[in-house]
Design a protein around this ligand. Structure first.
Ligand code: HEC
Length: 103
């Protein structure tokens, strides 16, 4: 009995840690669709909107920009407020998602 519980826990551990890369893009997609796309769009922001495009940009650039907004070394009221609630994983996920899209 104990063994079964243990191996069950091990299996769950494997399942939840293995497909990190694939899963993170899906998590990023959900957040982008719900939040970021309202300003940035997915592939491109709407033509008359003053928002920088994110699709197809460098993963490392997007990630560091979001980290800078979060710790307020890069100042912008909107993005500081938005990034303030993102975890490291959230940032990596959404950066991975936008970096994957072809604009
Ligand atoms: C309410 C509108 C709004 C929303 C929603 C929004 N942003 Fe932004 N974002 C902006 C504005 C405005 C800027 C330009 C800020 C500046 O000049 O630094 C910006 C800039 C950025 C930049 C820097 C781009 C560059 O070229 O340096 C990144 C990265 C970014 N946003 C990511 C995101 C992500 C990821 C989300 C979703 C979690 C998001 N934004 C949601 C308005 C928004």
């Amino acid at each position: 009995m104990k063994l079964m519980v243990l191996s069950g826990a091990l299996m769950l551990g494997l399942l939840s840690t293995q497909p990190v890369n694939a899963a993170s893009i899906y998590a990023g997609q959900a957040r982008a669709a719900a939040v970021c796309s309202q300003c940035h769009g997915i592939k491109t922001p709407s033509a008359d909107a003053p928002f920088p495009p994110l699709a197809g940009r460098d993963f490392a650039y997007l990630k560091s920009a979001l980290e800078q907004y979060r710790d307020k070394t890069r100042k912008n009221d909107i993005m500081n407020a938005l990034a303030g609630s993102l975890s490291d994983d959230d940032i990596a996920n959404v950066a991975a998602y936008y970096a994957e899209i072809k604009p």
